[in-house]
Design a protein around this ligand. Structure first.
Ligand code: HEC
Length: 218
């Protein structure tokens, strides 16, 4: 979209916003994604269902971490990563994730046929969600991982994933900034380099080109 058209569209949105502001049901929700993570009484994370209005970081396609050439008949999944807008802004400013940062990793199936497609792949239905929270008051290890399997889009409160599930083990060992895989989010990797906030373990592994982690992530 060219700049003039963009400005025109924003202008229209502004008018629509002003016209609708007297009606609560039409007003834009204030501070989308800014609520602190919410938990149920038994300690499950309430799924942050507005995550599609958050900041989009990047997508992986068919990422695996086991030996190359491992047979896999399944279509590759896309992993779409979103982060709370206020946490994104703080990261861009400082290179660190603030307390109450929340990430959603949306896993989608893919296909290579449909409509006019002659090559390439595109995303189809959601097959699962992984969520990660930094909450220093609540968790002694500061970061906690939650897994939601779904084929319906209906989100129950997720079970806290036991530490033995390996989420924290892989993330804390291999991630570039704190427990997050900033090495796979190109715009944030530039920020972390500029702010000098890359993990020492990541820099060491990069320098020696150590073999990557093995395991099944998402
Ligand atoms: C073998 C290593 C590995 C394991 C195990 C793993 N992950 Fe990840 N995780 C990754 C990688 C690599 C990425 C970057 C994905 C991308 O770019 O699409 C990632 C990204 C994420 C993100 C996006 C934010 C970030 O940290 O970069 C979330 C949320 C997440 N994982 C949650 C989980 C949960 C929950 C589990 C356990 C159920 C889990 N992960 C297990 C490797 C792993």
């Amino acid at each position: 979209m060219n700049r003039a058209l963009t400005l025109f569209c924003f202008g229209l949105l502004g008018l629509a916003g002003a016209a609708g502001s007297s009606r609560a049901d039409q007003a834009a929700p204030p501070n989308v994604g800014e609520a602190a993570p919410a938990y149920t009484a038994d300690g499950k994370l309430v799924f942050p269902s507005d995550y599609r209005e958050w900041i989009y970081l990047s997508s992986g396609l068919g990422m695996t971490y086991s030996a190359p050439g491992a047979p896999s008949g399944a279509a590759p999944n896309f992993t779409n990563v979103f982060v709370k807008p206020s946490a994104y802004r703080e990261f861009v400013r400082t290179g660190h994730w603030p307390d109450k940062t929340v990430f959603v990793l949306e896993v989608r199936d893919s296909t290579d046929h449909g409509s006019i497609l002659k090559g390439g792949r595109y995303q189809t239905q959601v097959v699962g969600y992984d969520v990660e929270v930094k909450d220093q008051e609540r968790f002694p290890e500061r970061w906690r991982f939650f897994n939601y399997a779904t084929t319906t889009g209906e989100m129950p409160a997720g079970d806290p994933v036991p530490k033995a599930a390996g989420c924290l083990a892989c993330h804390s060992k291999n991630a570039a900034v704190e427990n997050t895989f900033v090495q796979f989010y190109p715009s944030l990797l530039d920020v972390a380099k500029a702010k000098g906030t890359l993990n020492a373990s990541y820099l060491k592994a990069e320098a020696s080109e150590a073999p990557a982690a093995s395991g099944t992530p998402h």
